[in-house]
Ligand binder design. Structure first.
Ligand SMILES: [Zn+2]
Length: 478
């Protein structure tokens, strides 16, 4: 995805808030007991996603603050009861590929000046949370993303856990650019020092720089995810070096195949398997690209469009490159690519490559939160079982992110990132959309509350539509 915005560091602010956090901690500990919020979800069917792989029927799950205290343990007297009868409880979903919008600054500004365009952080997070997505991996984080993450952690905003990746590209664009091995290593060390969790490699890196980045990232304890640089065209196997952690799109493979054949899919799967590289196909992105190449109506009629910021709605509808380049040939090409991506998923599954659900939310048509359910549906269509699809967006994803001790399954001691469903997603993957409530960061948000949040957001977005015409605002930028 193309980067739209850039902004100024928030480091000083972060450091100041760090100090404040330390002095507040003592108070928090002293009053913790009195402030404890206890919930018991009774008579619920628990899809644990634990390695033992069990469903515990008609169980009681006790949550104290933001931690799972017990499954079928004692219910504390002060617990608020949630009726889980005939409902299904699963771990919060993880979207391992999102692009969270950040504020925009046009031209040169002092750090004390306010942005030209500002997005409300809660509005960005509401559709994510309302869809049961409690963790995201942001694959091109900015300083402001750190700010969004902190606001959520402190409880100012209800939102998901955010893992941050620093994108490194080659060529001469904006952002972190590295065109030599040494520059690549410096970029990785800088990203580590700034507090990033992951490195994202991008398409224009040259071969020596890419190799240096993957080596250095491993040395610094950071995993690498991303595109396969274009420089590896025709010699794809050379990109599969130790510690290249995950390929972020099925398209990275399809752009290296002329035939879109099963044989190619099997060959790519073997490359990944032999190298220990995981796979996040982002099927929904390519499905949406194909849809738009057929007709802009796909975007116009998208039910979740109203939850997208009006500026992005305007961009998707009026400055959409996929629509601009639409032709019957392109539409057929993308349709064939979608078919090949399904073949890839099947081949990677058969080869035993771990498959992680990611959606590239932020790409036109791919609405954060809603998109994870589309991805799960597509993964099942491509050949994953419902259990495997759920795993790809819960425990497996948490394992790759290195936080499976904290989240990813329903087990005592883990964070209570939970989704309550009206129906069983193991019998029909589309049941992940039937959300009765979400636990996140110590908040219990029932269906009524989630719907109210979404309705309010849609109302304001619709009311603000005329203020955010993409072309008018981009002209102002010039
Ligand atoms: Zn992306």
């Amino acid at each position: 995805m193309k980067k739209l915005f850039f902004q100024y560091p928030l480091f000083l602010l972060l450091l100041l808030s760090l100090n404040k956090g330390v002095s507040q901690k003592t108070n928090q500990t002293q009053t913790a007991k009195a402030n404890e919020t206890i919930y018991a979800i009774k008579n619920v069917n628990v899809i644990t996603m634990a390695s033992s792989n069990t469903v515990v029927e008609n169980a009681t799950v006790v949550v104290v603050n933001n931690v799972i205290q017990s499954i079928n343990g004692v219910i504390p007297k002060t617990a608020k009861i949630i009726n889980g009868k005939e409902k299904w409880l699963m771990p919060g979903l993880i979207d391992a590929h999102v692009h969270l919008p950040v504020d925009a600054y046009f031209g040169q500004k002092l750090p004390t000046q306010t942005p030209d365009l500002s997005f409300n952080t809660q509005d960005i997070m509401t559709p994510i949370i309302a869809n049961g997505v409690t963790t995201v991996l942001d694959l091109d984080s900015k300083m402001e993303t750190f700010g969004q993450k902190k606001a959520i952690e402190k409880g100012y905003i209800i939102g998901p856990r955010i893992a941050l990746a620093a994108l490194i590209n080659g060529g001469n664009g904006q952002g972190r650019i590295a065109n030599t091995a040494e520059e690549g290593r410096i970029m990785v060390r800088n990203a580590k020092a700034e507090g990033y969790d992951f490195i994202k490699v991008y398409s224009k890196l040259n071969i020596e720089t890419y190799i240096a980045i993957v080596h250095e990232a491993n040395k610094q304890g950071l995993k690498t995810i991303g595109h396969i640089p274009n420089a590896f065209q025709g010699k794809l196997e050379q990109a599969f070096i130790p510690h290249f952690g995950m390929v972020a799109h099925a398209e990275e493979f399809s752009k290296n195949s002329d035939s879109f054949s099963v044989q190619d899919a099997i060959k790519f799967a073997k490359l990944s398997k032999d190298n220990g590289t995981w796979f996040s196909p982002t099927l929904t992105t390519m499905v949406w690209i194909a849809k738009q190449t057929h007709s802009i109506d796909s975007i116009k009629n998208l039910p979740s469009l109203k939850y997208v910021h009006p500026l992005l709605q305007s961009k998707w509808l009026t400055a959409n490159n996929y629509v601009k380049n639409a032709s019957p040939e392109n539409a057929t090409y993308f349709d064939n690519m979608v078919k090949f991506h399904f073949l890839l998923v099947k081949a990677f599954k058969d080869a035993g490559v771990p498959i992680v659900a990611g959606t590239d939310a932020g790409v036109s048509g791919v609405v954060a939160g809603f998109s994870i359910h589309d991805e799960l549906e597509l993964l099942v269509q491509a050949g994953l079982t419902t259990q495997e699809a759920l795993n790809s967006a819960t425990l497996l994803s948490a394992q790759w992110l290195g936080i499976d001790k904290q989240i990813g399954s329903i087990e005592a001691g883990k964070f209570a990132d939970l989704v309550l469903l009206d129906e069983n997603p193991l019998t029909d993957i589309n049941n992940t959309r039937k959300i009765a409530g979400v636990f996140v960061n110590g908040n219990w948000l029932d269906e009524t509350k989630l719907n109210a949040m979404l309705t309010d957001l849609a109302k304001r977005n619709t009311a603000d539509k005329n203020k955010f015409d993409w072309k008018t605002i981009m002209n102002k930028k010039k």
